[in-house]
Structure formats: C-alpha cells, structure tokens
Design a protein around this ligand. Structure first.
Ligand code: HEM
Ligand code: HEM
Length: 165
C-alpha cells in the first residue's frame, strides 16, 4: 500500500459499530447452525434412503448466509483489518481469524467445483474443521482485542461502550 493509502486507512476507526458487529454474530450463528444441521441430517440417514427435505433447505440458507458474510467481511477489510494491522493491534488473533474466513470461502468454492473423491473429501473436512473452529477463534480474537485496548475483558465492555458514544 502507498504511504498516502496507509495514512487514509489510519484515519478510519477500527471499531465495527453495533449493527455490523451484531450482523456478523448472527451470520456466524446461522452458518454454524445450518452447517451442523445439514451434517447431522446427512450422517443420520441410511445410505439407501432419500434425503430429508430439510437437507437442501439447510444448504440454501447456508449459501445465502455465506454470501452475506463474505460481503460483510469485505466491508471490514480497510477500516477494521488493514487499519488495525497498520496500528499493530491484535495482529495474531486477527490474522488467524482472517485466515479462517479465507479458508472457509476457498473451501466453500471447492465444495461447488472440486471433483475427485480424495480432493472432495479433503475439502469437506477442511471446511467443517474451519467452520466449527470459527466461533472459538472469533471469541479469542474479540477478547484479546478488548484486553489490548480496554485493559480487562470484563471491564472492557463498559469502557468500549463509553468509547463508542
Ligand atoms: C488482520 C486482521 C485483523 C486485525 C489486525 C484485527 C484487529 C482487531 C482489533 C485491534 C480489535 C479490538 C479493537 C477494535 O474493535 O477496533 C478487534 C475487534 C474485533 N474484530 Fe478484528 N481484526 C482482524 C480481523 C478480523 C476478522 C477477520 C473478523 C471477523 C471474522 C474480526 C472481527 C472482530 C470483531 C467482531 C471485533 C469486536 C469489535 C467490537 O467489540 O466492536 N476481526 N479486531
Ligand atoms: C464465510 C463462511 C462460510 C462460507 C463462505 C461457506 C460456504 C459454503 C458453501 C459455498 C457451501 C456449499 C453449499 C452447497 O453445497 O449448496 C458450504 C457447505 C457447507 N458448509 Fe459452509 N461456509 C461458511 C461457513 C461455514 C461454517 C461456520 C460452518 C460450520 C459448521 C460450515 C459448514 C458447512 C457444511 C457442513 C457444508 C456442507 C458440506 C458438504 O457438502 O459436504 N460452513 N459452505
């Protein structure tokens, strides 16, 4: 990034704001719930029986939430991720969270287009592991971000709100 670009990014706030933060939490919850429901329905079904009608609906919801999540994460790239990175704030857990969502998007693409048994099952496995790891990684990232900026995770929330006003 050029010097002027870096200065422009640093002038933004890294804070997400309530609606975007809550939107992200809701989308992650929908992604995990629909992914887990699909896996459960899929694995419980005997090999020779027809899929439950709920199975495709879980993936339709999952796909919609995935597209919205990628859009929302795109809106966070400059103001939140690059900005905090340049300020050297919360880099490790932020980098891990960003890598996890990149891996989810890449393996999500693979679930549509990769063929071959070995590649397909490796992609599925990667997607599930990154998917179930996302909530605890996000929790770690938010907690360490608040600790770094607010002092303590428990009192950080109150200080946070004051900074938001
Ligand atoms: C290089 C990548 C990243 C860096 C350096 C970074 C940095 C930070 C920092 C410094 C904080 C605490 C202060 C603040 O809110 O500004 C924070 C909080 C947060 N981050 Fe990140 N982050 C990164 C990636 C991500 C990603 C990929 C996500 C979502 C998947 C994410 C979601 C959040 C959320 C939800 C909060 C809490 C915000 C709040 O309480 O208002 N971050 N991050
Ligand atoms: C940014 C986040 C995510 C993106 C972009 C994403 C994307 C996708 C895509 C494109 C598919 C294929 C949909 C289809 O076949 O109709 C899929 C399937 C799936 N996703 Fe996600 N996903 C994300 C997060 C998650 C999370 C958090 C979980 C948690 C468990 C998860 C679990 C699953 C499962 C179980 C499947 C079905 C896998 C299969 O066909 O074997 N995903 N995802």
């Amino acid at each position: 990034m050029t010097r002027r670009g870096r200065i422009a990014v640093l002038q933004l706030s890294t804070r997400l704001g309530g609606p975007r933060r809550r939107g992200l939490y809701a989308l992650v919850a929908v992604l995990v719930a629909t992914g887990a429901a699909w896996l459960w329905l899929h694995d419980m079904r005997p090999a020779d029986s027809l899929p439950s009608p709920i199975e495709p609906w879980m993936m339709k919801l999952h796909g919609a939430a995935a597209l919205l999540a990628v859009y929302l994460l795109g809106t966070m790239l400059h103001g939140h991720m690059l900005n905090a990175w340049h300020r050297r704030q919360n880099r490790i857990s932020g980098g891990v969270a960003a890598a996890a969502v990149l891996l989810l998007a890449a393996s999500g693409y693979g679930l549509y287009y990769f063929g071959g048994d070995a590649l397909r099952s490796a992609t599925e496995w990667l997607h599930w592991v990154a998917g179930f790891a996302l909530p605890p990684l996000l929790w770690w990232h938010i907690r360490s971000g608040r600790l770094a900026i607010g002092g303590h995770a428990s009192s950080g929330r109150a200080r946070w709100r004051r900074r938001e006003r």
